[in-house]
Design a binder for this molecule. Structure first.
Ligand SMILES: Cc1ncc(COP(=O)(O)O)c(C=O)c1O
Length: 399
């Protein structure tokens, strides 16, 4: 099958689903938000209440619905998930000079958050199936390049402490959290789960599905405009630990202790709390979460079936005993030049597919960082395309 035939199959698959959904305009973007009168009304009411800044009743209510849904004891809403990751690393004790193990195949935010702490990432390879951190590669890395003393894991060559493990559920596909949790425990690493893209994804645990975001010591969700539901910009830290939750909340609200005439502060805090206005949008979006989730599952199924007969194209499904929220659907091609050609052709037709991110170990910012062998990371980066996966197209007045 030639490249143009592959493009035709993909274009037909995209077109078929979106036309049936009533979206006949072009271009079809990768993942636009889905808004209707519900969000407009929530914004109007919140403006009328006068409480638009952080700490309002909408924030509390939004934290509660997400904590209940994910199954975590505490949720702290933040301005975005990058801030949530920064706080999670800080309260995990990550300091200047420390190392944090993560993956190169990710949106840059978690790695930037490591740098905000003055720490450095170590990149370990990802698995082909889920695109996320590979537990086998991590096992090998820990065995060959680290040693533990007095409850601290050290990187052998640099003798720097490795304080935390930060895996990412890429495009919504869960990584093998049970295995990673075991490795984090035996190597004294704080486990911070980047579930920014994975609200609704879950992993089988002792006979039941446990949602992404509650596997680590801390979990992080994003409500950025391109996520499965959005607050415009927003994030959340999830944890079961009372003390950690309190620390996160305190740091997110500028570490303020005083009240009344004199504000007092007991640490270098951050203005990272989610504004009430954004939380109001989040609560309105939450009403659509089930509908969005079901439509996204239908889209993923549609792509999978439509592409099953196309040779040399693998539709990314993640692990069979994991549940993916199907945030962004992706395909992996046999060869990088096919991926490039198909991408150009799809975009020329108004289907805004995208390549995966540039691997961070090859970026100008992080090219000098420590790393293990990264064959899967490099293989996937040059061959993977993200396909249009939103189910909205801006503000829909009909709903
Ligand atoms: C894996 C991952 N982590 C973190 C973030 C940061 O989220 P935010 O944009 O809410 O800061 C994103 C993207 O938005 C992401 O995709």
């Amino acid at each position: 099958m030639g490249v143009s035939d592959i493009t035709d199959h993909l274009a037909e698959a995209i077109e078929g689903f979106y036309n049936a959904l009533g979206h006949t305009h072009r271009p079809i973007e990768l993942h636009p938000p889905y808004f209707s009168k519900t969000e407009a009304q929530a914004v109007t009411e919140t403006l009328a209440s006068g409480w638009v800044a952080m700490g309002g009743p909408m924030v509390k209510a939004f934290e509660q619905v997400i904590a209940d849904y994910v199954g975590s004891k505490h949720a702290v809403a933040t301005v975005n998930a990058t801030a949530a990751l920064h706080l999670s690393l800080l309260v995990s004790g990550v300091q200047a000079g420390d190392l944090v193990i993560t993956q190169s195949n990710t949106f840059i935010a978690p790695v930037n958050a490591i740098r905000y702490c003055g720490a450095e990432p170590i990149f370990v390879d990802v698995e082909n199936q889920s695109l996320g951190l590979c537990s086998e590669a991590l096992t090998e890395f820990l065995a060959s390049q680290t040693s533990c003393r007095d409850g601290v894991c050290y990187h052998n060559d640099t003798q720097r402490p490795i304080r935390a493990l930060l895996p990412v559920h890429v495009l919504g596909h869960p990584v093998k959290m049970s295995a990673l949790r075991g490795l984090a425990e035996t190597h004294h690493l704080q486990l911070i789960e980047d579930a920014a893209e994975a609200l609704g994804s879950a992993i089988m645990c002792d006979g039941h599905m446990m949602r992404c975001g509650r596997w680590g010591d801390l979990g992080v969700i994003s409500f950025n405009a391109n996520k499965i539901i959005t607050t415009g910009a927003g994030g959340m830290v999830l944890t079961d630990d009372d003390r950690v939750a309190e620390q996160v909340r305190h740091l997110a609200s500028i570490a303020k202790t005083g009240s009344g005439e004199h504000g007092q502060f007991d640490a270098v805090g951050y203005n990272y709390g989610m504004p009430n206005l954004n939380a109001a949008i989040g609560l309105a979006q939450w009403q659509k979460f089930e509908e969005i989730g079901a439509t996204k599952q239908a889209l993923a199924m549609h792509y999978q079936e439509a592409l099953a007969a196309v040779p040399d194209v693998r539709f990314v499904t993640g692990h069979p005993d994991h549940f993916s929220n199907a945030w962004i659907n992706a395909v992996v091609f046999e060869a990088p030049d096919i991926a490039k050609q198909v991408l150009n052709d799809l975009r020329a037709q108004g289907f805004m597919a995208r390549a995966l991110w540039e691997p961070l170990h090859q970026s100008v910012v992080y090219q000098d960082c420590l790393q293990g062998p990264l064959p899967n990371t490099e293989y996937l980066a040059s061959r993977t395309l993200q396909l249009p996966s939103g189910i909205g197209w801006g503000y829909q007045t009909s709903s």
